[in-house]
Design a protein around this ligand. Structure first.
Ligand SMILES: Cc1cc2nc3c(=O)[nH]c(=O)nc-3n(C[C@H](O)[C@H](O)[C@H](O)COP(=O)(O)O)c2cc1C
Length: 203
C-alpha cells in the first residue's frame, strides 16, 4: 500500500489541515506498517500554473512541441505519476475564499491532463485514475456543513466533482472549522475522532 500525502496550507504553525492530515498519515502508517508514504507540500513547492508551453505540449501537434513544452509536460508527469503510484491520497486543504488554495488548484490543473488522466469517448468523459481512495482534510473558519452555507461552498462540490472527473469516486471529507482557541481545540478533537473512525472503517 502506498499513500500520497499533500499539504497546501500557506502556514506551518497552527495549521489545522497540516496537523490533522499528519495525524491521519501517522495512524495509517501504524495500521499499515509495510505501507510507504510520499509527502508533497504544494504551498512550499508550488506547481507550475498552466502556461502556453504546457498547452502546446499537451494539446499541440508533435511538430509544435519545443524543449520548453516538453519540460512543462514532464513537470506535470511527475505529479501524475505520484497519484498513479498511490492507493490512498490524504489531502490537507484549507478553505480560502470559499474555494481551495491557489497552490492546490495549480496541482489539480497539472494533474488533469487530457488523454492521460481523463479521456472522452462516445459515452462522454472517462476518468483514468480509478481505484483510489481520497481523504480530504478540510478546515475553514466557518461551518460549511449547514444548508445556509451551501450556496457559497465552492470547495466541496468542486473537489468532489473534479476528482470524480478523474475517476476517483471514493472521496471522504474530514471537515473541521473554528476561529477562536476553544473552537479550534474542538476542531482538533472532532478531527481526531473522524480520523479514528475513518481508519477503523477502512479495509
Ligand atoms: C486567505 C484566507 C482565506 C480564507 N477564506 C475563508 C473562507 O472563505 N471561509 C472560511 O470559512 N474560512 C476562510 N479562511 C479561514 C481558514 O479556512 C481557516 O483558518 C483554516 O483553518 C485554514 O487552514 P489551516 O488551519 O490548515 O491553515 C481563510 C483563511 C485565509 C488565510
Amino acid at each position: 500500500m502506498h499513500l500520497l500525502h499533500i499539504d497546501s496550507s500557506a502556514r506551518t504553525a497552527g495549521s489545522l489541515t497540516r496537523q490533522l492530515s499528519a495525524e491521519y498519515v501517522a495512524a495509517w502508517q501504524a495500521k499499515h506498517p509495510q505501507g510507504t508514504v510520499t509527502h508533497r507540500d504544494v504551498a512550499r513547492d508550488t506547481p507550475n500554473l498552466v502556461s502556453t508551453d504546457w498547452i502546446t505540449g499537451v494539446f499541440g501537434p508533435a511538430e509544435a512541441h519545443t524543449a520548453e513544452s516538453k519540460e512543462a509536460v514532464e513537470a506535470s508527469e511527475v505529479l501524475i505519476r505520484e497519484v498513479e503510484a498511490a492507493d490512498v491520497l490524504v489531502l490537507g486543504v484549507p478553505t480560502y475564499n470559499f474555494g481551495v488554495p491557489a497552490s492546490f488548484k495549480a496541482w489539480i490543473d497539472q494533474v488533469c491532463m487530457a488523454g492521460r488522466t481523463f479521456a472522452y469517448d462516445e459515452n462522454g468523459p472517462r476518468g483514468l485514475l480509478s481505484g483510489k481512495k481520497v481523504v480530504v482534510v478540510r478546515s475553514s473558519g466557518s461551518d460549511f456543513g449547514t444548508p445556509a452555507s451551501a450556496p457559497m461552498d465552492f470547495y466541496g462540490p468542486y473537489l468532489r466533482g473534479v476528482l470524480g472527473f478523474l475517476g476517483i469516486t471514493d472521496v471522504e471529507f474530514i471537515a473541521v472549522h473554528g476561529n477562536t482557541p476553544e473552537q479550534i481545540e474542538a476542531a482538533v478533537r472532532k478531527g481526531s475522532v473522524a480520523i479514528a473512525a475513518s481508519l477503523s472503517a477502512a479495509a
